[in-house]
Design a protein around this ligand. Structure first.
Ligand code: 6R9
Length: 679
């Protein structure tokens, strides 16, 4: 990637630079029981021990045959881990725990209506369900090893069951976040060439029973427009026997899973022994162009990495009740609700609905009732709970030993509420920085060994060696207060393998910018470019400032400016559109859309509303803009590129920089007056 183009918008540009240098120590009770309690672990993962240090993570798994090469770098940057090794991810997450933990809860599911019973699914029960669904996928749908299967499932136990069933067959699952629109799902179905789509009729959220199956129909339609046919739509029912959707079942295409499953009762499907480098799943994320990127994760390296980081960073022990309150539709849920905890044989809690319905005490009530002692969530949830129910935690009797935050920068004052009030001052807090692409954590404190510093994620995690480069590729020194692009110097087992079907784009986006020698097979010449701005303090701790590319992180969800803009352009009246990030008290950042109308079209509130609706239709509710501004024109370069960075500056009342080289500098003041009078 070339130096940042002028027309790119950057979250780091609007980041608030807090200077927080206070340290917090982990409570002694935590240290006494921690999985990583002795500093020798830092030695075991020192740079001199790379890449063999990661064998320690791989040894947490059960292998059908061992690898002969820990890291193969012969085709950079397509790294291969544990080459020659074979294993099955489902076997590792389910079967192997039966011997000791058959009757232990693997998953505890809390449905949204509080009147509905919480469900505990034992490892034995999970084994049965996964086998039966795997048999159905194989025998009814013809799913084979290597096929892709798309899920558009909400937070129900059927989602991990479906994931593990695919893993059992060696099929590649691709879960699309349930809140995404049918159109967004269809685009991903077509990109991954999935012939089977797994969905659910409906689910509970915020007091409503949401009709979800209708989105599957849209998804199939969108995929068809893109030239791809879906053969089968498998519909789980939220309440077997009754149907929660208005959408008609399509003869020959749609089937109710609960009607077919009895045919497979008791069927056992042999787990397929997969090469370590076989893809386990795809997870789509937004990029700098309209086309989402299907991040392809491996079986052996990924599973080893999430098992290892779950053990040392989440500090999961067999007796813990661990709750990661993320959605499985995001990488956090894949790695730290399903694969990491289950690989360790832990009990993983998942819930339906939202943290604030029926009230802001819900989360703490669940923690009390289930005896949750490890809790994982995102700053956006913490901000919301702090705003809506600042004293709620005091009303409930629960004791957390460990809390995590992930997904966005957390402000020091929000961190303190999380630590002091939500955690009652008893828990260690880890701020984990990482990405869909990276499979697992990149930056965090090792909870018993490294003190916490609010607002900083900490140093690189075990075996990860981050560095900050400036635009020219020179290292930015720790303690210099200068911001730059955070990169990772070395490969690690959890790193994604490629962008599905777009290997050139993979190299270009993540490695080209700082590659020192394209002919080199030495990993040292291929730093990973994360796309985040960061600073590093003198103590080595990193502070993440936000994305430096055209990605806006709203409430921890990545949205591409190009996706938002092309959604706007589906509205007839719109000639041009620009999406920019603005600071938001609860969601961290929000999106504002700037649109210019086609000649002769008069501005109106109706058009603003239509634009917002178009975005919800094309992407999903999470992308709904905070504001749609209709402007006379966009600030543009002489070559006609929209200067989003200038608009973001105006919108956030920050410096817009030198605008004298614009083709239309007068528009800057014009837009500024407009915004200032209305904001
Ligand atoms: C796991 C996940 C990745 C982007 C990432 C960065 C931001 C994630 C963060 C954080 C500050 C943290 N991010 N964790 N920023 N502090 N602890 O969130 O993946 O959805 O792909 O988002 O989120 O900007 O580049 P993903």
């Amino acid at each position: 990637m070339a130096a940042r183009p002028e027309d790119q918008v950057s979250e780091a540009q609007i980041a608030v630079h807090w200077r927080e240098e206070a340290y917090y120590s982990p409570p002694p009770q935590f240290i006494a029981q921690a999985n990583a309690a002795y500093p020798d672990i830092l030695e075991r993962f020192s740079e001199q021990r790379f890449p063999d240090c990661f064998k320690e993570y791989a040894d947490l798994l059960t292998w059908d045959s061992y690898w002969h090469t820990t890291l193969d770098t012969s085709k950079p940057p397509f790294w291969k881990w544990f080459v020659g090794g074979r294993l099955n991810a489902c076997y590792n997450c389910v079967d192997r725990h039966l011997r000791t933990s058959r009757n232990k809860a693997a998953i505890i599911w809390v449905p949204e209506p509080e009147s509905e019973d919480t469900k505990a699914i034992t490892y034995q029960e999970l084994y049965r369900q996964v086998n039966e669904f795997a048999a159905l996928l194989r025998d009814h749908c013809g799913v084979k090893t290597g096929d892709r299967v798309t899920f558009h499932l909400p937070m129900v136990p059927e989602l991990p069951v479906s994931m593990l069933a695919c893993a059992r067959l060696g099929a590649i699952h691709s879960e699309v976040f349930g809140g995404f629109s049918g159109a967004a799902c269809g685009g991903r179905v077509a990109d991954s060439q999935s012939h089977v789509l797994v969905t659910m009729d409906g689910y509970h959220r915020n007091g409503e029973l949401v009709d979800h199956k209708v989105k599957a129909d849209e998804a199939v339609e969108t995929a068809r427009e893109l030239g791809h046919e879906v053969d089968k739509v498998l519909v789980w029912r939220r309440n077997p026997g009754s149907y929660a959707s208005q959408s008609p079942m399509v003869e020959g295409r749609d089937v109710f899973v609960d009607e077919l499953l009895p045919d497979y009762r008791g069927t056992v499907v042999e787990p397929v022994s997969m090469p370590a480098e076989a893809p386990l799943f795809l997870m789509y994320t937004s990029g700098t162009t309209g086309r989402p990127k299907g991040c392809q994760h491996s079986t052996g390296g990924y599973l080893a990495y999430v098992a290892g980081t779950s053990k040392y960073y989440q500090d999961i022990h067999p007796e813990d009740t661990y709750w990661c309150a993320a959605d499985i539709g995001w990488i956090t849920g894949h790695s730290y609700i399903v694969y990491g905890p289950l690989a360790l044989g832990a009990t993983s809690v998942m819930y339906e609905g939202v943290p604030t319905y029926p009230d802001a005490g819900r989360v703490w009530r669940i923690a009390e009732r289930l005896g949750v002692n490890i809790f994982h969530t995102a700053p956006t949830t913490i901000r919301m709970l702090r705003k809506l129910g600042p004293d709620e935690p005091n009303k409930y009797h629960y004791h957390l030993k460990h809390m995590t935050t992930v997904g966005e920068p957390i402000e020091p004052e929000v961190w303190r509420w999380y630590h002091d009030v939500a955690g009652k001052g008893e828990a260690v807090v880890v701020d984990t920085w990482w990405q869909t692409e990276t499979g697992g954590f990149l930056g965090s404190t090792l909870p018993a060994l490294q003190p916490m510093k609010p607002g900083s994620c900490g140093p690189g995690v075990l075996g990860i060696y981050p560095v900050i480069y400036d635009e020219e590729g020179s290292e930015v020194e720790a303690g210099s207060e200068r911001a730059g692009n955070i990169c990772i110097r070395n490969p690690w087992p959890g790193i994604f393998q490629t962008i599905w079907g777009q290997p050139d784009r993979f190299v270009q986006i993540y490695y080209q910018k700082y590659c020192r020698n394209a002919d080199s097979q030495d990993w040292r010449d291929w730093p990973y470019f994360a796309g985040d701005g960061a600073t590093q303090a003198a103590d080595g701790y990193f502070r993440i400032l936000g994305r430096v590319d055209d990605v806006i992180n709203v409430a921890g969800h990545r949205l591409g400016t190009k996706e938002l803009e092309s959604a706007c352009l589906t509205v007839d009246e719109i000639a041009e559109a620009a999406a920019v990030p603005v600071m938001d008290e609860v969601r961290g950042r929000a999106v504002e859309m700037y649109v210019a109308l086609k000649p002769g079209v008069a501005p109106s509130k109706d058009i603003e509303a239509t634009v917002a609706e178009a975005i919800v239709r094309e992407i999903g509710k999470i992308a709904r803009p905070k504001h749609v501004w209709i402007v006379a024109d966009m600030p543009k370069t002489r070559s006609g590129k929209i200067m989003r960075r200038v608009i973001a500056g105006i919108s956030n009342f920050t410096d817009v920089g030198d605008v004298s080289t614009l083709a239309n500098p007068e528009i800057v003041d014009d837009i500024r007056h407009r915004i200032q009078s209305e904001k």
